[in-house]
Design a binder for this molecule. Structure first.
Ligand code: OSB
Ligand code: MG
Length: 385
């Protein structure tokens, strides 16, 4: 594959409603998009970092820096046969997996177009439809939460995940379980409990949750294994799993019984497939996590979810839950059965609305292959219309 040029851009997109986790509240996303021009096609990638280094060590500004200074020049300098070669090209950079994923995923996107096959097929996907759930942020009141759950269930979503934290947990589960005794219900603590909360976490068993996501430290396996032994409820790891080796360690230590795969968190499609394969071999079910992505990242999550071992509903939901207007068309839609159909067309299956992307862009930079010249496409902060 000849990579002709790469464009980095930052767009800003206000969320339809704020999203609150145990660690922060987000009202507007600052998203880095990557465009890879290669032999007549444009592959797109999205960087799933947050605005602050709170979910992981990366954030919007560090990802931009690492892409511009390290990853893009390395890719333009390298000779690659296919997208799966990217991890090797980026191997001189430690960590910074979300920055790497943004660029690598754009190359996969381009490759699928060049081959004229759906991205899902290039990844080895087998599903024609994927099962969808929703992740509901911490709400100002239990009443408001119950109302939101009602809306999402009416829309057809197959699984409800509630964000929780110490002091904001059992009363939510009680209220939701009272109304809906049998729905698939789970919770996500985003690393907000400690081992001393073991007894309290044990009380979650009464609510027959599908899983407790990342109850303890963001980088831990060992203490999760101690906790998992004490719980009937399955632990699911999100933050802790950075690669295939982590997944294997967590499985062997019995730190969890379910794994959440996020493209950005593991560094891109290549590593996500490796994590998928090792969990499949070991009989550990996985689902696709979300990071409040725009349509580009969302389309990649959909393609990834078509792999065989994605047997649980993911946090891959409709565009309208996040944006008044998404940057792809058609917007991502979820059927009344809570499913997304994989489009059987070449590439990511959704067109990028370039005019809309331009309108949302606050900075961009183009990098060319030959002399690796950098050029500013727009000013650092361009006023939005
Ligand atoms: O832990 O899954 C998480 C959003 C930001 C950071 C971390 C997480 C989340 C979500 C959102 O749960 C899922 C979505 O994109 O709807
Ligand atoms: Mg999570």
């Amino acid at each position: 594959m000849k990579i002709d040029s790469v464009v980095l851009r930052e767009i800003r997109m206000p969320l339809v409603r704020p999203f609150e986790t145990s660690f922060e509240r987000t009202t507007e996303r600052r998203i880095v998009l990557v465009e890879v021009q290669s032999e007549g096609v444009t592959g797109w990638g999205e960087c799933t970092v947050g605005e602050h280094p709170s979910f992981s060590e990366e954030c919007t500004d560090t990802a931009w820096l690492i892409l511009a200074q390290e990853l893009v020049p390395a890719l333009l300098h390298a000779e690659i046969d296919f997208a799966g070669s990217c991890p090797k090209v980026f191997s001189h950079v430690r960590g910074n997996r979300m920055a790497k994923a943004a660029l690598e995923n754009a190359v996969w996107d381009a490759e699928s177009q060049q081959l004229g096959i759906p991205l899902a097929e290039l990844l080895g996907g087998v599903r024609k439809k994927i099962a969808c759930g929703v992740s509901i942020g911490i709400q100002p009141s239990v009443e408001q939460l119950v109302e939101l759950v009602e809306t999402e269930l009416a829309a057809g979503y197959q699984r409800i995940k509630l964000k929780c934290k110490p002091g904001c947990d059992v009363e939510l589960f009680e209220a939701v379980r009272k109304r809906w005794p049998d729905i698939l219900l789970s919770c996500d603590a985003n690393a907000s409990y400690r081992l001393k909360d073991q007894e309290h976490l044990r009380s979650f068993d009464a609510f027959r949750l599908l899983m407790i996501e990342q109850p303890l430290w963001h980088d831990d396996f060992y203490f999760h294994s101690l906790l998992q032994r004490q719980l009937e409820t399955s632990v699911c790891l999100d933050e802790s799993i950075r690669n295939r080796r982590d997944a294997l360690a967590a499985i062997e230590m019995e730190s969890c019984r379910i794994i959440n795969i996020k493209l950005g968190r593991v560094g891109g499609f290549s590593e996500a497939i490796r994590v998928h394969n090792v969990t499949a071999e070991r009989g550990v079910p996985v689902w696709c996590g979300g990071m409040l992505e725009s349509g580009i990242g969302r389309s990649h999550n959909i393609a990834l979810s078509s792999l065989e071992n994605f047997t649980l509903p993911g946090d891959v939901s409709a565009s309208s839950r996040y944006w008044t207007e998404d940057i792809i068309e058609p917007a991502v839609q979820v059927s009344s059965k809570g499913e997304i159909t994989i489009h059987q067309i070449a590439g990511r299956g959704f067109e990028v609305k370039r005019d809309h992307v331009e309108l949302l862009t606050v900075r961009s930079e183009r990098f060319h292959a030959r002399n690796q010249a950098r050029s500013q496409v727009a000013g650092p902060i361009k006023a939005r219309a």
